[in-house]
Every structure is written in C-alpha cells, then in structure tokens.
Design a protein around this ligand. Structure first.
Ligand SMILES: *[C@@H]1O[C@H](CO)[C@@H](O)[C@H](O)[C@H]1NC(C)=O
Length: 305
C-alpha cells in the first residue's frame, strides 16, 4: 500500500515536471513546387522537418479563365503529368503532414472579378482539390487539406468572399494566408479580417520596414507584435527566407540568431504558431529548417523556462 502510493506520487512528479519544463519542436511550414532541384514532394515529407506544405502555385484563376497550376519543372499541368503527385500527397498526409494548395504567387494571371466569380472559384477548388472531389483531378486522386492565399498582385477584391465561400463548403477546409509584413496587407487585409483563417504566415522579408537587418531585431519584433495583437487568427507564423538569396530585398536571419534572439521572443507571444520557410528549394541548399527543428528538438523535448 505505502509502496504503491509512493510509486504514484513519483509518477505524478515526473509527469508534472515534464509538463512544466518542456516544449515541443518548432512547427515548420514551407512552399514546394517552384524549383525542380528541390526534389520530390515525398522527399520533402520524409525529412520530418515540415508539418505543413503549400503546393505552389495555382497561378491562373478567376475572370472566367480555365484555372491552371504551375509547379515549375516538376510536371506539365496541361498534359496531365502532375497526377503523379497524387500518391505523394496521400503519402505525406499519412505522415501527419497537411498539404495545402497555394493560390497566387509573384507571377501569374489571377484575380476575382465579382462575388459570383469568387463563388465559382470556390466551387472549382472544392470540386477539384478538396472534399467535393469525385474523380481524379490535376493532382490525381489526392484530396488536399486546404487552401493557402498568397495573393501578391492585380486586385485585392473579393478574397474575403472567397474565404467565406470556402469555409461554407466545410468548416474543415484549412485556410492559410501569406501576407507581406507592412500592416495591413494590401491584397489580403480584408480576407484576413474575416477571422476565417486558421493560420497566417506573414512574410517578414523583402520588406525593409518590418524585417531583420544586420543583427537588429527591433523592426521585425515590432511588426510581429502588431500582427499578433491586430489580427483574428489562431496561429501566426513568422515567414522567413531559408537562404540569403531567397530574399533579394533582405530579411534573412542567420539560423543561430533566429534560435537565440528571435524564437524565444515570439514563442512567448499569444497566437504563436511556428515558422514558415520560403522555400523547400532554398531549405535544401542551407539546411535551415533542419537546424531549427534540431535546436528545439533535443531529445525530442527542450527546456522552455
Ligand atoms: C474571429 O472571427 C470569427 C469568424 O469570423 C468570429 O466568429 C469571432 O467572433 C472573431 N473573434 C474576434 C475576437 O473578433
């Protein structure tokens, strides 16, 4: 009897110690699809570095256009060769990785011309890539977890409607957005303000007023604090370049500085969700994501206080 309660007391002690002194590895998302030399989607998933992967990009849609994928050299959408990624998507999801389709990007021809147009794009996405899919689509037999908005041009109109129409299809459609750090984002401010996004990974790079520069974190952290206090979202991620040449207009943070000077600050703020890296290609070159993951992984857990 005494022995048993001693054992239980010890157990409680260890569980309590584990809960109070540990935190889990940094959650990391990335973009895959814009460079053949980044390797396959399956290879990216097998690294164990990423928790969420955005397929980049669906860069033609809206205005009655036939929507079209651009996955750089990985496959040729018009001839249907991107269906090979269906199996890889399903494989990655089996590892617990969320796979999202990213709309937009820096180049393409996309815009929404009316609420009706937003509704037809929502219908197309739902029926082609999401839960409404009934036959193989451009990405084969895979059903994606959600949609990422990386709207960087042409028009800022009706994206709030698109977000609403997608969530009306099903609450379980995961929605993320990748705005620029100057607040609010011109293209997606209204969409983000709907409060319908599960995650926002703000791009704190290529934007000198709100990025890290030469060891100085002030502009970056001030902007982070503005985002975390101003938007209605569950998870805010810090979007960063995975290599110096991934962001021609700056914002690259050497990984040691990120780990010692930035992560400890943002991890303690409300809504902190993780780190987004642009992109898988650059991450292959530098091992940036692996360094973050291993720094916070330790023996699987690290001290947080
Ligand atoms: C956030 O947005 C959701 C969805 O629109 C809404 O239900 C909720 O009330 C909002 N929360 C705040 C704090 O504004």
């Amino acid at each position: 009897m005494a022995r048993k309660s001693q054992t239980i007391a010890l157990l409680i002690f260890f569980v309590a110690a584990a809960l109070s002194k540990t935190s889990y590895a940094t959650v990391i998302s990335t973009y895959w699809g814009q460079n053949l030399y980044e390797g396959t989607l399956k290879e990216a998933c097998d690294t164990g570095i990423y928790d969420i992967i955005n397929l980049a990009f669906l860069n033609v849609f809206g205005g009655g256009q036939t929507p079209s994928l651009n996955l750089a050299g990985h496959c040729d959408p018009p001839s249907g060769t991107c269906v090979i990624f269906g199996e890889q998507i399903t494989y990655c999801q089996g590892l617990g990785i969320k796979i999202l389709l990213s709309l937009g990007g820096a180049a393409g021809n996309y815009y929404l011309s009316s609420q009706d147009d937003a509704q037809s794009v929502a219908d197309y996405l739902w029926n082609t890539f999401l839960g409404g899919r009934t036959s193989a689509g451009p990405l084969g037999d895979a059903t994606l977890d959600g949609i990422d908005f990386d709207i960087e041009g042409i028009s800022n109109l009706y994206y709030d409607d698109l977000a609403r129409f997608l969530k009306e299809k099903s609450e379980s459609v995961y929605l993320s957005a990748a705005p620029q750090c100057p607040f609010p984002d011109y293209y997606m401010g209204a969409a983000i303000a709907t409060g319908l996004f599960d995650t926002v990974w703000t791009q704190f790079y290529n934007n000198p007023p709100c990025q890290y520069s030469d060891g100085v974190t002030d502009d970056l952290i001030n902007s982070w604090n503005q985002w975390t206090t101003s938007i209605n979202v569950t998870n805010l991620f810090m979007g960063l370049p995975a290599a110096e040449n991934a962001a021609p207009s700056g914002g690259y943070i050497p990984v040691d500085n990120l780990i010692s000077d930035v992560l400890p600050v943002i991890e303690s703020t409300a809504k902190y969700g993780g780190v987004m890296l642009w992109s898988r290609y650059y991450d292959v070159q530098t091992g940036y994501g692996a360094s973050i993951k291993s720094s916070t992984l330790g023996d699987g857990l690290v001290s947080s206080s």
